[in-house]
Ligand binder design. Structure first.
Ligand SMILES: [Zn+2]
Length: 290
């Protein structure tokens, strides 16, 4: 029998990454192409179809065929209709039946899931969550994504299109306004964008900071990694932002652990060392509290 392959696609606000894997989880080919926040649905579809076709050719080169495509998309998803309900990072795709359209073009089944949930599926299958029965997952990047795995299965709640949105749990009721419209969500205190915003606000109010941070703000190239480097060098402002981040993560995880009666969190995402460092601080703080 010919070997079976699957294609996995990570649809992001800046890039679309795709990979060809055999059904035992081994990667055989990868591809990356630019997307963009304001990409039109037709353009996105064309790029995705081209990307998948080229990986399908690779599969033929390996003597097999592609059985299905799985896509991780930032936002809330109607999985049954193959429809993006709402995506803050790709707003032009709201209410667009992306999976169905790609499926018709490629003539293979296409399944769509929230990107943090896809992280949960992957880590549970072949990653850090392998063999762990119950856990919460966090993806730390520009924003904060989350997923819940109970009995090795992804939790979908009442099938409202979202579940495990840990990034939008309120941790500071009077805190900064979140992209979702609420105030003080975990994401407003514990993400890459929170670190960058914290430094920019401090710069406007004239607070002292390292020359490297000042320069990055002026040149509009400030990144979370820059803030991490400043914290490592002992800059008070940067250390303060990481402390806030660590506390917020600790608070959210402690609440979840108590409510769910579980003890494992798996942290990942398109992260820099900076964000993982903060997560470790939070988890150490949690462990010491017990
Ligand atoms: Zn929010």
């Amino acid at each position: 029998m010919a070997q079976q392959f699957v294609i996995g696609v990570d649809l992001g606000g800046t890039h679309m990454r795709a990979a060809l894997a055999s059904t035992d989880g081994r990667l055989h080919a990868r591809d990356r192409t630019a997307s963009g926040r304001d990409i039109e649905p037709a353009e996105m579809t064309r790029k995705l179809v081209d990307q998948c076709r080229s990986l399908m050719e690779s599969a033929h080169g390996h003597g097999g065929g592609v059985a299905a495509v799985g896509m991780g998309v930032p936002g809330s998803i109607d999985r049954n209709a193959g429809l993006i309900m709402h995506s803050p990072n790709l707003p032009k795709l709201n209410n667009y039946a992306l999976a169905e359209t790609i499926s018709k073009a490629l003539q293979v089944p296409v399944h769509m899931e929230n990107d943090a949930n896809v992280f949960g599926l992957g880590e549970g299958w072949e990653g850090s969550g392998k063999g762990i029965r119950n856990w919460v997952g966090l993806t730390l990047g520009t924003g904060v994504g989350g997923c819940l795995l109970f009995d090795h299965k992804l939790w979908h709640g009442d099938d409202l299109g979202y579940a495990g949105e840990i990034g939008h749990m309120p941790v500071q009721p009077e805190g900064p306004v979140c992209a979702c419209g609420k105030m003080g969500c975990l994401e407003t205190l514990a993400s890459g964008s929170a670190l960058v915003r914290g430094v920019k606000e401090a710069w406007k109010s004239g607070r002292p900071m390292t020359p490297a941070l000042q320069q990055a703000v002026k040149e509009e190239v400030l990144s979370p990694l820059e803030v991490f480097r400043a914290a490592q060098a002992g800059d008070e402002l940067a250390v303060g932002l990481f402390t806030i981040m660590g506390r917020a993560l600790g608070l959210a995880l402690a609440g979840l652990f108590s409510a769910l009666g579980i003890r494992t969190a798996i942290i990942g995402g398109g992260v820099s060392a900076a964000l993982l460092g903060a997560a470790r601080v939070a988890l150490d703080a949690l462990a010491n509290r017990r």
